[in-house]
Design a protein around this ligand. Structure first.
Ligand SMILES: *Cc1c(COP(=O)(O)O)cnc(C)c1O
Length: 349
């Protein structure tokens, strides 16, 4: 009789929110959908593809466009099928079974998921406060002999950003291990280390098109690092990991830097609006215990009974992310922000 490997036995497929919701503020997606002119350019680019041919394994044109946008060298960039794929690739190729890896909590759950799949021991650095204490994390990683340290900055779900100085300190103090800084939300914040990433031979910075750029559907992410690491990533990845349609769409998208910066600004305006509305509500309602400052496109708030509020929002057709005792609410359109805050007010009245 065939028996599943131990690590698969208790694994269940990732279940995104299903069901019909009027307002979806649960996944930190952009609320801006591609405008007509962009759709036409995307369609035209895809129409030209040689569908019988394999994609470019090194995504040369795409990496060039990304490099132009972010002011790095194309040789320092590797594209992935979402940054998710790159996280999995990094964990599986830069660590071995039985080795140690450090993640922080709360943070993005995929890091430890891939560690488990690869038999890598996860040591979780519990943040006593929502903000990250860089010195404590450095000491923790050294004690655990971690080969790999991964964190998001700004952090999902706390919405807080560590300073550039703190992040560089982590990279430099842990210079004999690999540090991965996931900058999925850095478009909305200050303190990116993307441009200077290649100067550090133990650092990978991750980017995604799924958040500020509003292209979660195409699955496109990037890793930026020095030459030694980019070459290793290119060698370790599966050859045709980014399909031709995604490469073509990414090239079109990154050819419009002003449009992308405009989208980012609109989303920042929306999240500040949402943050201020929630902050004002928190002044009236004792049930809202804490609202974290936001450096991302979502607001993270602690409640007396987050589950009750989550259920009541769902019943009104509004889906947010429950991380009891907290809720994470993605910034939406002005109307969606008004609705979610109005609903919160009703629920708490
Ligand atoms: C959303 C998110 C990503 C994006 O992943 P993709 O696979 O590129 O869509 C990566 N890291 C963090 C922390 C995120 O929240």
């Amino acid at each position: 009789m065939y028996e599943l490997p131990e690590k698969l036995k208790n694994l269940t497929p990732y279940v995104p929110v299903t069901g019909q919701y009027r307002i979806r503020l649960d996944a930190n997606e952009s609320y801006l959908t591609a405008p007509g002119w962009l759709r036409q350019e995307l369609a035209a680019a895809i129409e030209k593809l040689d569908f019988n041919r394999y994609p470019d394994p090194y995504t040369v044109e795409l990496c060039q466009k990304f490099a132009d946008f972010f002011d790095v060298l194309p040789s320092q960039v590797v594209a992935g099928n979402g940054s998710d794929e790159l996280i999995g690739l990094i964990v599986s190729s830069f660590t071995s079974t039985g080795e140690d890896m450090v993640v922080v909590n709360p943070d993005f759950s995929m890091y430890s998921f891939y560690a488990q799949m690869n038999g890598v021991r996860v040591h979780t650095f519990q943040k006593p406060e929502l903000a990250l204490d860089a010195d404590a994390l450095i000491a923790f990683a050294k004690e655990r002999a971690a080969k790999l340290v991964v964190l998001s900055n700004p952090c999902n779900p706390t919405s807080l950003a560590a300073s550039q100085a703190d992040v560089l300190k982590i990279v430099e103090e842990l210079s004999d291990r690999l540090v991965v800084i996931d900058e999925a939300y850095m478009d909305f914040a200050e303190g990116s280390i993307l441009r200077i990433a290649p100067r550090h031979d133990n650092l990978i910075v991750l980017k995604t098109c799924s958040k500020a750029f509003g292209m979660a559907a195409i699955r496109l992410g990037f890793a930026v690092a020095g030459t030694q690491i980019t070459l290793a990533l290119k060698a370790a990845k599966s050859p045709y990991n980014v399909n031709s349609m995604t490469q073509a769409a990414g090239c079109v998208l990154l050819s419009h830097p002003d449009y992308l910066r405009g989208c980012t600004e609109q989303i920042k305006t929306s999240r500040t609006e949402l943050y201020q509305k929630i902050l004002a509500l928190a002044k009236e309602k004792a049930e809202i215990l804490e609202v974290a400052d936001t450096c991302a496109n979502f607001v993270f708030l602690q409640m007396l009974d987050a589950r009750r509020v989550f259920d009541a929002l769902s019943a009104r057709g509004i889906i947010v992310r429950l991380m009891a005792p907290r809720l994470r609410i993605t910034a939406g359109t002005a109307e969606e922000n008004r609705e979610v805050v109005g609903a919160l007010r009703e629920i708490l009245d």
